[in-house]
Design a protein around this ligand. Sequence first.
Ligand code: NAD
Length: 412
Amino acid sequence: MAMTAAETTNYFLRRAFELIGMGQRYEVLLMTPSRELRVELAIPMDDGSIGNFIGYRVQHDNSRGPFKGGLRYHHDVEIDEVRSLASLMTWKTAVVGVPFGGAKGGIQCDPRKMSQAELERLTRRFVDAIGELIGPHTDIPAPDVNTNAQIMAWFFDQYSRRHGFQPAVVTGKPVQLHGSEGRGAATGRGCMLAIRECLKHDGKNLEGSRFVIQGFGNVGSWFARLTHDRGGKILAVSDINGGIFNGDGLDIPALQKHVAETGTVVEFAGSKPISNDELLAAECDVLVPAALGHVLTAENAGDVRASYVLEGANGPCTAEASDILDQRGIQAVPDIWANAGGVTVSYFEWTQNLQNFRWSESKVNEELETVMVSAHRGIREAMERYKCSMRTAAFVRAVEAVKVTTDMRGLQ
Ligand code: NAD
């Protein structure tokens, strides 16, 4: 049977543990979440009925700093995946060296079928339900799939009603409401920097390289725009409604206009439709899964015709897919580094909030670049040291960092 999302993360972790000779004691300690909360959220719906939803917050590890991780609103949200995503956050914050631990949360719901008023009530109810376990120095949520700056604004407002002015309780807020310049673009920008560094390492460039992107939300669309600006050719993109292809490269600014007007990438002028399977198997230099988890599996990893798989999404590869890519010499650029730009700028937002001070966009972008480039150096050094894949090297760096703080703090 295929591994679950949490088992997959532990599979990758175990490999790092084995390489650096970590004992069994750490394995259990570092794979087990510190705390898991499941809450029932009952809210009045617009039609007068009662909507019943289930929400989760999983806090994985806080030895390096307060728990940190996004909130996902999706009909597939369930505890195993939230556990996996919380664990990935622990390793992500560690690999880029931002002083946070790892957490993740979500609500099982279909936001596409809900009104803005219902989403607001659901968010406020969730804040009340998990309110005792979060706080600016305890656990700081952020946006993820189907959540955005508006939802973070309601989150901040609801928490502040009980606790006084607390902008640092959540990141990814609107820039006008204590958010940070550059946070919206941060994950896509981090992905662009990650692949830029990999290409540079291999004597190549963003300019002229060909990209195929699954998902055109926050991460996928910003990545497309920033990469297109630098001369990258975006051959295909998709969203939940379907995919589009143009072998000469899509006009990304025009596509963004089309998405703003129609709500989807499909039927973009000058493109032809492409199925999800075709998109994942399209010939290109860099395949960028930037939607959901476990989209590359034992069944389709053999079809990938890219030199790099840049993991904009969290956990897009199953364990088997990751091994197949390794065997085929396709470089998987691992999620815990590739998409760490979001949590890095969340850290900048948090520090700005705590100081009531604002950074310029250029300062945010410069600092983000420094963090991503320095993490790349660390990962390459671990690849050299252990003769291992980039994913294992990233986990090695992260586990070493978490082990140090765990030991220093002690278990008593
Ligand atoms: P989003 O909700 O803004 O966008 C998701 C996109 O994926 C949308 O375009 C949606 O239509 C598309 N999609 C959904 N199901 C699909 C399917 N079956 N086939 C093709 N496309 C599909 O979410 P996001 O914030 O861009 O997050 C995307 C991924 O990146 C997630 O895995 C998330 O965990 C990860 N991530 C996000 C951030 C962040 O800062 N937002 C940070 C790190 C990692």
